[in-house]
Design a protein around this ligand. Structure first.
Ligand code: NAP
Ligand code: F7E
Length: 334
């Protein structure tokens, strides 16, 4: 039985990856940081087994604490480590650049150093990002496209990306970068634009709110489904040789088109509800991302199964259920 550690297990991707690895028969440890309120809603169904058999095991840890990472690794001796933990919000990284670098850049280095010291270092997956392409120099972007990061988040991810390559080349670690383009799901954090839109549109439909405040509607992204993307992470660590892969759908759409899709599906006209609020503009914006995942298709046999329309509808359906329940509770409490 393979043993894996996932950092960032409470996040969107961590929850889908934990599900996938458990389904494949792995023993899975998730690193979770202490919080003053519950932060495990995405993984509650994975460790609350009806027969009291913990399936997913949780260990306290933090990417800012190198000693802790080392002891977790030495205590568990995993075969695979998936580094998904990050301050992952691009807009927030402009407000908290140093914290972002500490977690997203130095955090990866702490983990790589801890791995390097092990007698038998496990295979390592690093969550690289299409944000590294930033002010893109070519479209679509491939593994060979130069990076031009446009935010503290992206700069930190570029650092981690190259450290991962360097630890592979200098120390022979089996270390892979997955350069993942935007991927979403009903479990996406509520402040990322797709989820913000599906939540607001469904709450508007249920009469729970009447305005949606957004920033730049012209930005274009290559949006895929998180459930598909975690499969690529696992596949990368099963190859004979470590390498870096772009994971993307190859299609790009604007925020405006996402609004059309979601509000249109609910028979609403978003122009009646959306207000542009400059506070959501970024000091530097990434205008267009579109990935070419040919290498992943060829080497890993990976391809996306959910397209833009299906993704928008899946997220809208899930949020419509949440909004309906919210309305019913509100009516009941009147
Ligand atoms: P997410 O939902 O924001 O989850 C981030 C996870 O990291 C959470 O579990 C969070 O814990 C944890 N975390 C944050 N700071 C930490 C720290 N200092 N120590 C330990 N854990 C910490 O992100 P996601 O969308 O699942 O993305 C997963 C990874 O892929 C991230 O590295 C992200 O930057 C990268 N990525 C995401 C996308 C995308 O489109 N989703 C694309 C490319 C790359 P709490 O729950 O306690 O906050
Ligand atoms: O923004 C625009 C915003 O925050 C997408 C992270 O997972 O993917 C994600 O980063 C676009 C941007 O995602 C609002 O300006 C307009 O152009 O959903 P987002 P992101 O910045 O692309 C990459 C690949 C990651 O690696 C990151 O971790 O939408 N936008 N109005 C808005 N964005 C937000 N959040 N909120 C708005 O009101």
């Amino acid at each position: 039985m393979k043993r894996a550690i996932i950092t960032g297990v409470t996040g969107q991707d961590g929850s889908y990856l934990a599900e996938l690895l458990l389904k494949k028969g792995y023993e899975v440890y998730g690193i979770i940081r202490r919080s003053s309120s519950f932060n495990t809603s995405r993984i509650d169904h994975l460790y609350q087994d009806p027969h009291n058999q913990p399936k997913l095991r949780l260990i306290y840890g933090d990417l800012t604490d190198g000693g802790n990472l080392s002891s977790v690794l030495n205590d568990t001796q995993p075969d695979e480590v998936y580094n998904l933990a990050a301050q992952s919000h691009v807009r927030v990284s402009f407000d908290q650049p140093i914290y972002t670098a500490n977690t997203d850049a130095l955090g990866t280095l702490r983990l790589l150093e801890a791995l390097r010291m092990m007698k038998k270092p496990p295979r390592f997956y690093q969550a690289s990002s299409s944000e590294m392409y930033g002010k893109v120099v070519e479209t679509p972007q491939t593994e060979r496209t130069p990076f031009c990061p446009r935010s503290p988040y992206a700069c930190a991810k570029v650092y981690s990306h190259w450290q991962t390559v360097n630890y592979r080349e200098a120390y022979g670690l089996f270390a892979c970068n997955g350069i993942l383009f935007n991927h979403e799901s009903p479990r996406r954090g509520e402040t990322f634009v797709t989820r913000k839109i599906t939540r607001a549109a469904t709450r508007i439909k249920e009469g729970l709110q009447d305005k949606l405040y957004l920033g730049n509607l012209e930005a274009k992204r290559d949006w895929g489904y998180a459930g598909d993307y975690v499969e690529a992470m696992q596949l990368m660590l099963q190859q004979d040789k470590p390498d870096d892969y772009v994971i993307a759908t190859g299609q790009t759409y604007s925020v405006r088109q996402f609004l059309d899709e979601v509000f249109g599906y609910l028979d609403l006209d978003w122009h009646n509800y959306v207000v542009i609020d400059p506070k959501y503009f970024r000091p530097t914006e990434v205008d267009l991302l579109q990935g070419d995942a040919s290498k992943a298709r060829k080497v890993l046999g990976w391809k996306p199964t959910v397209d833009f329309k299906q993704l928008a509808r899946m997220m809208t359906d899930a949020d419509r259920n949440i909004a309906r329940n919210e309305r019913l509770v509100k009516e009941h409490n009147k």
